[in-house]
Design a binder for this molecule. Structure first.
Ligand code: ATP
Length: 292
């Protein structure tokens, strides 16, 4: 039994200008301890898919799926609120903007303690010890002192470390990281990726890494889902994807990497659009395992 199985997930938003289909029939499978990268340009529906899973989309969204199970439990039959209760401890999510994700009015220690209070039966003293342990595990120096710090007194990288501590506080079975390094300095990005993959390995967690960065994919993923405009273009293990991409859009993404440039000018995905844009004779649906 897979940790997470989603089949034919679609999301449509009611908007002032009519219905807007943000996601059109995508599939995801995550095994325990596996890292799945979801890669695609802005607007490809990466975040919407994960918010749909977590029951965090607004009422204007209509979510449909043929299958949506976590450890065999059918999530479709649960209301969004009930789903958050059921999976709130086992699935955690971290976001792009660590400073915006933390509450500016409370110390980081308080916010970590709240997560432990909600999801564990630890008493006050045990929670205090666990908070220090978690801050140490994510590499916050002088955790006994920093526990009393407010988010604005920490750097972006430290705030993301605190977010990772909160997200992993209850030993989730699946962590969803939505572009966790995009808002950080390049020098800090690698440290945060190393921290995430280290925690993932040590705890045997499943990890879904949402990114638009093929470098992050190469560095972290076991398997990759490539999305474009709400559609799934290709699913492959990471080596196959880089060495033998089957879908024209994936090929375009890889050709646009600086290290693959051959001419004077860097190609962009738009240069290859006629190869994968629906209606131009070359299919977006040619991807291997378009329905796995
Ligand atoms: N609440 C909403 N109402 C209407 N449309 C929405 C809503 N939320 C997202 N969308 C649209 O759904 C599409 C997919 O958005 P999503 O945020 O999932 O993209 P993404 O691939 O995660 O991009 P990014 O990398 O920029 O976060 C976009 O066109 C977006 O404008």
């Amino acid at each position: 039994m897979s940790l997470l199985e989603i089949r034919n997930l679609s999301v449509e938003f009611d908007t002032a200008s009519g219905p807007f289909r943000a996601l059109a029939g995508v599939d995801y499978t995550v095994e325990a301890g596996e890292v799945l990268a979801i890669v695609g340009e802005s607007g490809s529906g990466k975040s919407v898919a994960m918010l749909a899973l977590m029951g965090l989309l607004p009422d204007t969204a209509t979510v449909t799926a043929d299958k949506m199970t976590f450890e065999g439990t059918d999530l479709r039959s649960l209301s969004a609120a009930r789903r958050r209760k059921v999976i709130g401890k086992d699935i955690s999510m971290i976001f792009q903007e660590p400073i915006a994700s933390l509450n500016p009015c409370f110390t980081v220690g308080f916010q970590l303690d709240e997560a432990l209070k909600t999801h564990t039966k630890l008493d006050r003293r045990q929670r205090r010890d666990r908070v220090i342990e978690l801050l140490t595990a994510v590499g916050i120096p002088e955790p006994e002192r920093r526990v009393g710090a407010f988010p604005h007194q920490m750097s972006g990288g430290q705030c993301q470390r605190v977010m990772i501590a909160i997200a992993t506080a209850c030993n989730p079975k699946l962590l969803i990281a939505d572009e966790p390094t995009t808002a950080l300095d390049v020098t800090i990005q690698k440290q945060i990726l190393d921290l995430l993959t280290g925690l993932q390995r040590n705890h045997g967690m499943g990890l879904i890494m949402i990114t638009h960065d093929m470098g992050v994919v190469a560095e972290t993923a076991d398997r990759v889902v490539v999305q474009y405009q709400g559609r799934q273009m290709e699913t492959a293990d990471v080596l196959t994807l880089f060495e033998n991409p089957s879908n024209p859009y994936t090929k375009a993404l890889l050709s646009a990497l600086p290290e693959n440039a051959t001419g004077d000018r860097l190609p962009t995905v738009a240069d290859f659009a006629r190869d994968f844009t629906p209606g131009t004779g070359n299919g977006a649906d040619t991807g291997r395992e378009a329905r796995s």
